[in-house]
Write a protein that binds this ligand. Structure first.
Ligand SMILES: [Zn+2]
Length: 126
């Protein structure tokens, strides 16, 4: 059985899934407009009735293995890991600092700036 969590962090609906030591976090679940037939019920005579169910779509914002730092072993640790992962993602998305010209910082440091000093996003070499 995979480990699965559903919930909401800071107004964003998420889905977390771990199986065979690999996990991912999906965020901003929304209706996709695609439907699948799902079993709704089975009658005593074996008749199966199905119902159309809309498939959610969402963005994978993070993935990794269970050896990731902070992954933890207890449910409370896992909940904290998921919340932290989502909040770091949201912080980095909202940060405008790293899209600015950081050359003055690079000059002051005397090295290339590889990480955003405000949110920690990794910056590509320019
Ligand atoms: Zn940033």
């Amino acid at each position: 059985m995979p480990e699965q969590w559903h919930g909401e962090v800071d107004g964003h609906r998420f889905y977390f899934r771990e199986r065979h030591d690999e996990w991912r976090v999906e965020l901003d679940l929304r209706p996709s407009g695609r439907f699948v037939q799902a079993i709704a019920s089975t009658a005593n005579d074996g008749t199966v009735s199905s119902q159309a169910r809309q498939v959610d779509e969402r963005d994978v914002i993070a993935q990794g293995t269970t050896s990731a730092e902070g992954y933890g072993t207890r449910p409370v640790e896992r909940a904290q890991f998921i919340v932290d992962t989502i909040r770091i993602h949201l912080l980095r998305q909202a940060c405008t600092y790293h899209s600015d010209d950081l050359s003055s910082i690079a000059t002051a440091l005397g090295v290339q700036v590889r990480w955003c000093p405000a949110c920690g996003t990794r910056l590509l070499a320019r």
